[in-house]
Design a protein around this ligand. Structure first.
Ligand SMILES: [Zn+2]
Length: 202
């Protein structure tokens, strides 16, 4: 275990949440574009990967729940609302029929850094990650997934690339992990798909 490692904590209120219909439709639509390319999905060992979120108020957001990667389509019960979080404490509070994932803090980091960002997409792809690593803004390979350091590093990088056209961050210490963001979820998803298509043809 890494020295000083703070275990991720999720304070979960298992209860129904209200998701406005336009938000639900957008989540459904954009997630399927990513799911169809296996950028969101499930590994053979049953562990799901990838998550998407939409900002709802302040730096709070609705995000796909943990362990939903295996489903081709999601319904209301598969989302969680992140109602509070702490980077330093490596903790979140969430509501929903499903828990929000530890990666929620990475989403929160982007929302904190950039008020204009309305949606965040986090996908996994080994080949794309290897291709983009250190060619796009990349967090240190020393910083591991699920740590406060990752949230702080993403927040810092997101602020730095504010004015760059392509809003993409490679998570150096989170193998396969790529982040994209945009004013809305369609834009964030399109960022990933553009680079996916272009990199495939390289
Ligand atoms: Zn990940």
């Amino acid at each position: 275990m890494t020295e000083g490692y703070i275990k991720f904590q999720c304070d979960w209120a298992k209860e129904e949440i209200l998701i406005p219909d336009p938000i639900l439709q957008s989540l459904k639509k954009e997630r399927s574009r990513l799911y169809n390319l296996n950028l969101i999905g499930m590994y053979p060992d049953g562990i799901g990967f990838g998550n998407i979120s939409i900002r709802t108020e302040g730096t709070l957001f609705i995000i796909t729940g943990s362990a939903t990667g295996q489903f081709a389509t999601l319904n209301r019960s598969h989302y969680a609302f992140v109602s509070a979080y702490s980077f330093a404490g490596n903790s979140i509070s969430c509501q929903g029929q499903t828990k929000a994932s530890a990666e929620s803090l990475t989403h929160a980091a982007v929302y904190e850094a950039l008020p204009e960002v309305g949606a965040v997409v986090h996908v996994h792809s080994l080949w794309l990650w290897e291709k983009l690593l250190n060619h796009y803004p990349t967090t240190s390979s020393e910083i591991e997934y699920g740590t406060p350091e990752m949230a702080f590093a993403v927040k810092k990088l997101a602020a730095e690339i504010k004015d760059i056209e392509e809003k993409i961050i490679i998570m150096g210490g989170h193998r396969e992990g790529i982040l994209a963001f945009g004013n809305d979820l369609e834009e964030a998803t399109t960022q990933i798909l553009k680079i996916y298509n272009r990199s495939q043809n390289d």
